[in-house]
Structures are given as structure tokens and as C-alpha cells.
Write a protein that binds this ligand. Structure first.
Ligand SMILES: NC(=O)c1ccc[n+]([C@@H]2O[C@H](COP(=O)([O-])OP(=O)(O)OC[C@H]3O[C@@H](n4cnc5c(N)ncnc54)[C@H](OP(=O)(O)O)[C@@H]3O)[C@@H](O)[C@H]2O)c1
Length: 360
């Protein structure tokens, strides 16, 4: 089956929005037709709207540079002919929740990076390799919204996408307790060192709301589909500490974990090497060939060397060793604005297309 969809990006001028516009520039299935942002950017060409605040090392894609940025106010009147919206906006949660529902009610599919709908019972929150079966919530959501086609799907918080992929293939050993510390890049706050100089040579031991999300969202990802909602997993107990560090791209997680039945080192490495999901089976355009990469070197993974692995869509793991208190400890790394944000959302949309959820 061939796929071709007309796409809008909402929040196109932001850090994640710039990633979307760049990733979609050469996408085989998705074609950017409209770009939305706040009234501050509306009425400018995309090139002018991002002038002086383009955060990526690649240039503004020429196909989008001349598109006019529109205000997302009354967006429900502006989505005619659009099949799919990617949304990444910095707005109050209630406003985002309402904006995304208004878009879905126009029979448009919304794939969101925002946290506003991550706890909405009938909204699937998906890491495509791990819990694609949660897409089965979509019919229930359509009934609630009164749509025949439109719905919202979300991706989880960027920080959990380093350690949740590494732990998912080990779930059947019975994960009991998990201590995780995350070392998160400044791009996760939509910043570079130029606009956040206080972060040079610095660490901030607090990221608002992040520890709560890091403790709760994995349990939903590992939860069970129950018709119109997900029953969250009850284990493991998770304790998270989240730090902002002087890194531009790439969130690192340090994990200590205990199991009901402690696996051997060989079993863990085998599970990681064999880990693949629907994106790999379906050979989706943005799917990494190998989802999890284990590094034998003691000093890997490192954000500068490894965050871009497989187009920033693979997860890197290293330093697997016995933990004197719990059972095992190791380090994980994922690219926060690619796998953890725009790339993960594009992969989710590809999965939705391949599974027939975008077909009218
Ligand atoms: N950065 C990451 O690694 C990451 C990862 C996962 C999820 N997220 C989430 O993605 C979202 C965006 O993050 P970001 O880092 O890209 O933020 P950002 O760089 O600050 O960009 C924010 C975007 O929101 C737009 N916006 C602000 N107020 C608006 C309004 N009233 N109406 C319409 N658009 C409005 C901005 O438009 P103007 O340019 O016109 O102001 C801009 O396009 C946030 O919810 C964030 O939590 C970010």
C-alpha cells in the first residue's frame, strides 16, 4: 500500500517544531502543507519567523522556508484537507488539551509531544516498539469525541525513552524496584547554550514535574489495555531523580534495578540484542534497524558520540554490572528531540498509517 498524507505542524517555530519540519522535509509519506505557531510568528514566512532562533545545525529546509506561518487561534477553521497534525507547543496544559481536542474534532489525526493528554484514559501514549497494542484505545476515544476519524495519540516524556526501552525486554523477569537518575540535555527545555548561558559548566538538580512523570509514565506504557482505558502496571516501584546538565542533545539515565528472578548477564544482553517491535517488523521509514545498541566500552554511551545513532532513533546502553544493593545497574542514552520528541512522534504516525488509522 502507498501512503501520502498532508501534514501540519503546530508549534513549528520551536525547538521540537524545527525538528519536525526538518525530519518531514524528505519524508516519503508525509508532506508539510501548513505551519502554525503563536500570533507572534503569524503572518511571517517560516524562514523569517525562525530567523535568529534556528537551533539546528542543518539549514532551514527550502520546501518549508517560504510557507507562511499561521496563528493557531481558531485552528479548527484552518485544517481543511490536512490529514495529520504534529503538535509541540509551549502553552498552559488546559489550553493544549482544548486545542488538541478541537483539532481532533475536525476529523484530523493529532500526534502530540505535549504532556496535556498523557493521562487522558482513552488517549494512547505510545513508544511504537513497546506498546503498539495501546492504539486499540482509538475507537473508544472517537466515540467520546464524536468523531468518525479524528483522534489524539501522544508520546511519553522524553526522559523515560532512554530507560523504559532497556527495561521492557526484561519485564518477564519481574522488575521489582527501580532507581533511575536522569541527566537531561538543555534542548529538552527548548534551549541552546546561547540562550541559556547559566547552563555552561553547570548542573541544576531540578526539572519541574519531571520526576513525577518519570515515575508514573513507565507504568502506563507497561499497562494493560482494558477496552476504553489502560490499567497501569503496579510494578516496579520507581524512584527518579532528574538533573539538567550541560549537554546540548541527549538524555542519559543511570539505572539500578531488582528482579523477582534475577536474570544472568548473558540473558540481559541477549534480550537487548533481540529487541525489536512493530516498527522493525513493518520496516517503517523512521524505524532504527537495531532498536537497542549495547556498548562494551566502559566509557560509553556518551551524548556527543552516541545520541545520533541510527538517525537519533536508537537507544544506547552500556556499563551493565552487578549492583551491590539491587541486582543490576547500567547506563542508557537516547536523543531527546529525535527519539524523545519529533522523531518518536513521526514514528508513531508511521505506525498509525501502516496500521490503517490514517486511512479515511
Ligand atoms: N524539547 C524537547 O526535548 C521536548 C521533548 C518532548 C516534549 N517536548 C514538549 O514539546 C513542546 C514544545 O517544546 P519545545 O522545546 O519545542 O518548546 P519551544 O522551543 O519553546 O517552542 C514552543 C512553540 O510553541 C509555540 N507557542 C507558544 N505559545 C503559543 C500559542 N499561544 N499558540 C500557538 N503556539 C504557541 C511557539 O510559537 P512562537 O515561536 O510563535 O512563540 C513555538 O513554536 C512542550 O510541550 C514540551 O514539553 C519537548
Amino acid at each position: 500500500m502507498t501512503h501520502s498524507y498532508r501534514v501540519a505542524v503546530v508549534g513549528a517555530t520551536g525547538y521540537v517544531g524545527q525538528r519536525f519540519v526538518t525530519l518531514l522535509d524528505s519524508h516519503p509519506w508525509f508532506h508539510v502543507d501548513r505551519l502554525f505557531a503563536s500570533p507572534r510568528s503569524a503572518g511571517k514566512s517560516y524562514r523569517d519567523a525562525v530567523d535568529g532562533r534556528w537551533r539546528l545545525t542543518t539549514p532551514v529546509p527550502s520546501a518549508s522556508a517560504a510557507l507562511m506561518v499561521e496563528s493557531s487561534e481558531a485552528i479548527e477553521d484552518k485544517l481543511d484537507g490536512i490529514d495529520l497534525v504534529f503538535c509541540a507547543v509551549d502553552m498552559p496544559k488546559d489550553a493544549v488539551r482544548e486545542l488538541e481536542e478541537r483539532m481532533a474534532r475536525t476529523e484530523t489525526v493529532v500526534v502530540s509531544n505535549n504532556s496535556a493528554h498523557r493521562a487522558t484514559p482513552d488517549v494512547p501514549m505510545v513508544v511504537p516498539e513497546i506498546n503498539h497494542e495501546h492504539l486499540a484505545l482509538i475507537p473508544a476515544q472517537r466515540r467520546r469525541l464524536g468523531t468518525s476519524h479524528g483522534f489524539i495519540a501522544v508520546k511519553p516524556n522524553c526522559s523515560i525513552q532512554s530507560y523504559v526501552p532497556a527495561l521492557s525486554p526484561l519485564l518477564d523477569f519481574g522488575i521489582e524496584q527501580l532507581f533511575v537518575s536522569t541527566y537531561q540535555a538543555i534542548s529538552g527545555a527548548g534551549k541552546t547554550f546561547a540562550d541559556w548561558p547559566e547552563m555552561v559548566e553547570n548542573l541544576i538538580p531540578y526539572i519541574g514535574g519531571e520526576e513525577e512523570k518519570s515515575e508514573v509514565e513507565p507504568l502506563r506504557i507497561w499497562g494493560r489495555f482494558a477496552g476504553d482505558h489502560i490499567v497501569p502496571a503496579t510494578k516496579p516501584l520507581i524512584s527518579a531523580q532528574c538533573y539538567r546538565v550541560a549537554v546540548q542533545e541527549g538524555h542519559t539515565a543511570s539505572v539500578s534495578v531488582s528482579f523477582r528472578e534475577k536474570p544472568g548477564r548473558g540473558e540481559i544482553l541477549e534480550r537487548w540484542a533481540a529487541c525489536a517491535g512493530r516498527p522493525q517488523q513493518l520496516e517503517l521509514p523512521s524505524a532504527p534497524r537495531q532498536f537497542l545498541h549495547y556498548f562494551d566500552e566502559d566509557n560509553r554511551p556518551q551524548p556527543r558520540l552516541d545520541a545520533d545513532l541510527e538517525g537519533g532513533m536508537a537507544v544506547s546502553i552500556g556499563r551493565l554490572r552487578e549492583d551491590p544493593i539491587l541486582d543490576w545497574k547500567f547506563t542508557c542514552l537516547s536523543h531527546n528531540t529525535l527519539r524523545g520528541a519529533a522523531g518518536g512522534a513521526v514514528l508513531t504516525a508511521e505506525l498509525l498509517a501502516a496500521e490503517g488509522y490514517l486511512a479515511r
